[in-house]
Design a binder for this molecule. Structure first.
Ligand SMILES: [Zn+2]
Ligand SMILES: [Zn+2]
Length: 104
């Protein structure tokens, strides 16, 4: 049986990648690596905003007041472009394959 963990991957991404996913990236950091972003992007069938409560914190609803999952400061590399610039991260969900319709 396919589970959510087989097809959906919560990703912490930098604000430049997040903006690019929304099609509004205007002034990326000069160090932002579009080719790395594009390669990572191709690894997923689709990428949606936010995460699934039952996957990331089972038993608890997402707290919309705090934009659940948003990280104001992180030293971890962006999980799309690989940027190691410290800073804010947004949470998105990368979908492997077209099997996302099982869950959406
Ligand atoms: Zn949540
Ligand atoms: Zn990034």
């Amino acid at each position: 049986m396919t589970t959510l963990d087989d097809v959906a991957f919560p990703l912490e991404v930098c604000v430049d990648c997040y903006s690019e996913l929304g099609g509004v990236l205007e002034n990326p950091d000069p160090a932002w690596d579009r080719s790395a972003f594009d390669r990572a992007r191709e690894g997923y069938g689709d990428i949606t905003y936010g995460h699934f409560a039952e996957q990331v914190h089972p038993g608890e609803e997402c707290d919309e007041d705090t934009e659940c999952g948003q990280i104001t400061y992180s030293k971890s590399p962006c999980e799309l472009c690989g940027s190691s610039l410290h800073g804010a991260r947004e949470v998105v969900t990368g979908w492997k394959s077209e099997r996302r319709e099982i869950f959406c």
